[in-house]
Design a protein around this ligand. Structure first.
Ligand SMILES: Cc1cc2nc3c(=O)[nH]c(=O)nc-3n(C[C@H](O)[C@H](O)[C@H](O)COP(=O)(O)OP(=O)(O)OC[C@H]3O[C@@H](n4cnc5c(N)ncnc54)[C@H](O)[C@@H]3O)c2cc1C
Length: 346
């Protein structure tokens, strides 16, 4: 089977690898460079349970996604010699009120028995650098994090060692149709790439490709800004969450602080306001981070869909999609590749 994929972010590339491993001929078409958009802008949290408790997705599928990543990454590293530096460093979710602590504890008992509510004293003992947590915090020890740029490099290297045809700098302008069936992609230069199956995995830009076929009016870009801090004092081991904000330790003195959730279309500019807000957040939850050196400030566009990712077949014969992963596309990139390969019966 020949499969053509539009989009070379982690969702498209991880699927291309899996489809190739299952014997398909794959052509991947990417408008700019591999992993040049949201996939390497991300913080890299594999926060299956921490994100589930705050309502981003169901916990069972997210835990399956996290475990699929941790099972796959050693193979990727063995094949390429490149590590994504993934670690199960745990996630710690600060409770902001007694009511929230009780609600989270009930959720844990129901959905995530591996999570537990720590008292304020237990939080202090675990992480002395944290500002007091008067309502305690939830700890999920199995959650983790990785470095997205390193994951992108490893996946790119793995792709280079396959017969997957990667065409970078080629923008898809439309899905090519033969009657009611999708049969390939039309590129901006007017050329066509044909296939037995067409996969749209173009992140936040996917709607432009499937909307003319009467699909998808929910997907929109959601800008997220991140800040890298290099504090000279204070230390954090787990990923710390407070609501939608977080601090991710890289394990080498760098910390990534995020993130904003802004509906500003395809605008990829960073703002002074977000920089100050993220710095203030970090200094409030880890007082020793006050005045820390800022290493970098960047942003990316999450492919956001309130109903969650759209992965699998569509009503258009021959057309498949994998987009809409919002805040958790790095966590889900392996599982979505497996799910999509299964729906293509590969
Ligand atoms: C600030 C921020 C923090 C994040 N933190 C995390 C995190 O901690 N954990 C986590 O799991 N997830 C995180 N995410 C989410 C995650 O990064 C995304 O869900 C994921 O990267 C989406 O991957 P994708 O391949 O669908 O999209 P993208 O990575 O955006 O890739 C889409 C690709 O399609 C290409 N493309 C677009 N249009 C066309 C076209 N017409 N023709 C050809 N190619 C096209 C683009 O150039 C791009 O390369 C974060 C995202 C952001 C922005």
């Amino acid at each position: 089977m020949r499969i053509v994929v539009a989009g070379g972010g982690l969702i498209g590339t991880c699927f291309a690898l899996e489809a190739h491993a299952r014997g398909a001929d794959v052509v991947l078409v990417e408008a700019t460079g591999l992993h040049a958009e949201a996939s390497t802008a991300g913080a890299g949290i594999l926060g299956a349970e921490a994100e589930a408790v705050t309502g981003a997705h169901g916990s069972a599928e997210a835990v399956a996604a996290r475990e699929a990543m941790f099972a796959w990454l050693p193979h990727l590293e063995a094949a390429t010699g490149l590590s994504a530096r993934a670690a199960r460093r745990g996630t710690l979710v600060r409770c902001s009120s007694e009511e929230e602590a009780q609600r989270y504890a009930r959720w844990c008992a129901r959905e995530a028995p591996s999570g537990r509510l720590l008292s304020p004293a237990e939080v202090r003992e675990l992480q002395p650098s944290l500002a007091p947590c008067p309502f305690g915090a939830l700890l999920f020890e199995e959650d983790g994090a990785l470095e997205p740029a390193r994951l992108g490099s490893a996946v790119s290297a793995a792709l280079r060692s396959t017969r997957v045809e990667v065409r970078c700098g080629a923008r898809v302008s439309a899905v090519l149709m033969d009657g009611s069936r999708a049969v390939g992609l039309t590129l901006e230069d007017g050329s066509h790439v044909g296939g037995d199956a067409v996969v749209v995995a173009a992140g936040a830009w996917s709607a432009e490709l499937v909307r003319p076929l009467g699909l998808e009016d929910e997907l929109h870009p959601l800008r997220g800004q991140l800040l890298e801090l290099r504090p000279s004092r204070g230390e954090l081991r787990p990923v710390l969450f407070e609501g939608k904000r977080y601090i991710v330790p890289r394990g080498d003195g760098r910390y990534v602080v995020g993130s904003t959730m802004e509906r500003v279309g395809f605008d990829k500019r960073t703002t002074e306001e977000a920089r100050e807000e993220l710095r203030a957040f970090a200094a409030r939850v880890v007082p020793a981070f006050e005045g820390a050196e800022v290493g970098a400030h960047w942003c990316g566009l999450r492919p956001f869909r309130a109903a969650g990712p759209r992965v699998g077949a569509t009503p258009v014969p021959g057309l498949f999609t994998s987009f809409g992963h919002g805040r958790n596309g790095i966590l889900f990139c392996r599982k979505s590749a497996l799910d999509l390969a299964a729906s293509l019966a590969l």
